[in-house]
Design a protein around this ligand. Sequence first.
Ligand code: SAH
Ligand code: SF4
Length: 472
Amino acid sequence: MINFLEKNSNIINSVNQKLKLVFPDKAPLVYVETYGCQQNEADSEKLLGMACSVGYTPTDDKQLADLILVNTCAVREHAELKALSNTGQLKHIKEKNPRLLIGVCGCMVQQEHRTGDIKHRYPYVDFVFGTNKIFDFLSILLKALSSDKRLFCVESFEDNPGEFQENVPVVRAHSNKAWVSIMYGCNNFCSYCVVPYVRGRERSRCPNAILSEIRELLNSGYRDITLLGQNVNSYGKDLEPQLSFVELLKMIEEIPVDFVLRFMTSNPKDATHELFDFISQSRKLEHHFHLPLQSGSDRILALMNRKYNREAFFELCDYARRVIPDITFTTDIIVGFPGETEEDFCDTLSALERIRFDSVFSFIYSKRVGTRAAEMDEQIDEETKKDRMGRLLALQQSISASRNSELNGKVFEVMIEGDSKNDPNVWAGRCHDGKLIHFSKANTPKFSPGDVATVRVTDAQAYTIYGEYIKD
Ligand code: SAH
Ligand code: SF4
């Protein structure tokens, strides 16, 4: 196991000295912009932690920053275009602050054609580094601070599998809930997905490192912990000796502190009855499962290389509902995969009706360079994709509304997450089944994130659930 602080102590000193020379007049400020999934959010927290360990102070205002890191996503084209367009706007900040360094990192730049875009079209970007270089960030930063030359530190995973380091400094975005990565990469090569190419093969962290990170978080007051991996069910297969995901969960369950444990994501092909049995007995795991179906058509699932069929998926959900009656399910669906016929799409709609997910994250298929689906004939036209997306959303809205309406009048213990995103006079708190309930702050104590409140649901809509505070 490589210890970050041991490996980087000289570099930390050198960057620190360099910053004092470049910024004799002020403490330099750092801003990290994050696109994409929770894994990227977790990586950004580490980048911020590393930057702070050498003397930067975080800022929420990128106009004031002396170091801007753009942590990109490559899963869909939309996320790439957004990151590129926002990177374009940084030019104006650089014109005002010549000492500003701009770095672009994450999944998007792990692709050669996107690194090329940045090289040629964004000359004010100072350095670029791929996902397997995240732990080398400080040495890249030192070079960038020491020279005017632009740096492109991108290597394929074949050339550099990206060994990870432990005890990396972290500045977390929240005070009560924390991400804990348990593994990196993916071996599944679903035909539409770029993740295995930009994140490399599965590498599991050793259980002791995970347990000690969780214990440290609990000691600092965190009570809501989410384990992260592209397919958590294959955790530990690469460890020596091997350890299963359920065995890891059992070790975490034994920690003698009350807290909420979540995980994502599970590929249905590897979700087991044993896992659901364990959730049913656990005092910590939330009763919510994110199980991405992607399509309800067996023909499309095979083309996607998902390695399960709709019957197997239904059987899994039925079993889970038998052993955990109050479990909630959410899923991901891709609309308009190459060759998807009207009949295939109707199979997806019928699967949504059959399972009645609590909510669905639906995506229009986006062609990703280098993936097998990008080479498939019969790419679906944009109009058909949009039409299908509209129909799927309408159906799911009615299912979500009906599922949520079952909550009306029921009383829940919720863990406060903080203010509602849309209204500072309203609290948002999460139930044991993962659903967020909003309730007015009038007549409530001044809660902090992590506090528990009793709430009765009064108005459960498709996308938002409202409730009222019940005094103890
Ligand atoms: N490892 C996770 C998924 C990570 S990507 C899993 O297997 O479930 C998150 C979601 O993005 C996927 O579930 C899929 O629905 C969607 N997605 C991935 N690639 C996509 C593409 N090329 N076009 C549209 N959606 C995509
Ligand atoms: Fe992508 Fe499939 Fe791996 Fe998920 S399991 S990251 S969808 S290849």
